[in-house]
Design a protein around this ligand. Sequence first.
Ligand code: ATP
Ligand code: MG
Length: 392
Amino acid sequence: MQEIILVKYGEMALKGMNKKTFEDVLIKNIKRRIKSLGKTTITRAQSTIYIIPSEEGFDVSEAIERLKKVFGIAALCRAAVCEKDFSDIAAVSCEYLEEILSYAKTFKVNAKRADKSFPMKSPEICRELGGILLEKFSHLTVDVNQPEITVTVEIRDEKAFVHAENLKGAGGLPVGTSGHALLLLSGGIDSPVAGYMMAKRGVHISAIHYVSPPYTSDRARLKVEQLCEKITSYCGSIAFFCVPFTKIQEAIKNNCPEEFFTIIMRRLMMKIAQKICEKEKCLALITGESVGQVASQTINALVCTDAVCEIPVFRPLIGMDKVEIVDIARKIDTFETSIQPYEDCCTVFTPRHPKVRPLLADVEAAEAGFDFTPLLEEAVNETELKIFNLEV
Ligand code: ATP
Ligand code: MG
């Protein structure tokens, strides 16, 4: 029995004039995700994308697992292919749906007749197939209002399809339909989640990471690269920029008052990130900050950080508790990597008593004694780029 995959998109179907562009990007993302599993034909009709394997041995279960991580997909289902002949539809339904119907108590049949020349009308298909299934699975009853299982028969141009199970998709919008932004990615729990959340809204992500060798180790950098690789299954390919930050941190330490170390460091990170944005045509920054989480994330501190930002800074975790963030980190499988204990440049030269409510004027005064411009330029010039593609 041949199986195909049906992909339903949700919010995207509302996009009116832009619908075709959204569909094109989604189909491109789907193709990229399942290409390595074998050849397929992909068609679309009525807010559904049909993925039809054209090779023996195509692993439908694996394809479904991968597609569950593709944003823009509201629901997925696997369907059996039938000849456009009612007796074949009935026979395939009895065999293909045997397991799912044997566990259910109630069901109904729903028919969609895209090919109007099919000799039976939709109500007749529902009635006849319902009767056959009731006879074969005698424990079932029909419930047209709230059935446990809806058996759907689709009569299309070439073939008919039967399916009964809707699997939840990742939701959101296809990555690449909402522009390009740069994620400040640390080795912590929060920033990979922030990247995931913006990718869910269709944003194409690049990542920037600051390292301070020898204070931070190669292992710490490797951990961040692993995180980057992990989120590609949701975000698609990611350009990863690694910035040498040691000289800048040493300059802060040697030239600025200790209580402002962290906030000045964050402002300089933002300045470098914006220079990379300019080169890469990223329109916004993304961070994993959440109000009040640490001293540099009080509203006063965020005001001081934002004062050097000329482009929007997206903070999708801003109102979330750590436990909520951890739940998502577990779901996207970054949590275990994030909690590996390697140092981050943020923990180098941390002040003993950071200013919790810094005033912008004081921060600017604290920075004024040293010209960071040449060091920032040097750091940008020495930034290394690595591309992370989907692991398949
Ligand atoms: P996370 O849990 O993501 O590591 P955090 O709780 O450690 O964040 P901070 O150290 O204040 O909090 O960092 C706040 C945000 O700044 C991070 O979410 C991330 O976006 C960015 N950031 C921190 N350190 C780095 C780094 N070394 N490279 C790139 N971005 C960083
Ligand atoms: Mg954090």
